[in-house]
Ligand binder design. Structure first.
Ligand SMILES: [Zn+2]
Length: 133
């Protein structure tokens, strides 16, 4: 796979982020305990897109507080991770190097790494996005 693979691999992640209720999402304080009284439960709330100043929507209700924190921060964390991967992808682009001396020919090389294309960085990012890392 080439660098063109990274945007395609990011596209469904970006689409899910774009389709989610706009943030910021917030984990509530503890609102309840589970039936055994063992675990503290919280909600994740988002501004109601129709009335963002006065109303909230429940994104996840009655979940463990650490999960609420994780979910509440997921849109921001996902956006930052997408930006980081896109920044790496922008740096690592292929270019064709033509040999001026025999043997004639050319080879694709990464602009950032000067390694043969695809470079180790692009290969590692693509493998991670495919869940193979
Ligand atoms: Zn590279």
């Amino acid at each position: 796979m080439t660098a063109a693979g990274i945007p395609a691999l990011l596209e469904p992640i970006q689409a899910r982020l774009d389709a989610a209720t706009p943030g910021p999402w917030e984990a509530s304080d503890v609102v309840d305990m589970d039936v055994d009284g063992t675990y503290e439960l919280a909600h994740v709330l988002a501004p109601d897109p129709g009335e963002p100043e006065t109303s909230t929507l429940g994104v996840a209700l009655g979940i463990l507080r650490p999960d609420a924190e994780f979910i509440a921060n997921s849109p921001t964390d996902t956006a930052r991770l997408l930006a980081a991967v896109k920044a790496v992808e922008e740096l690592h682009k292929p270019f064709t190097h033509h040999f001026l001396t025999p043997p004639a020919g050319s080879v694709e090389i990464c602009l950032a790494c000067h390694e043969q294309w695809p470079c180790e960085t692009v290969s590692a990012v693509e493998a991670a996005l495919r869940g193979e890392a």
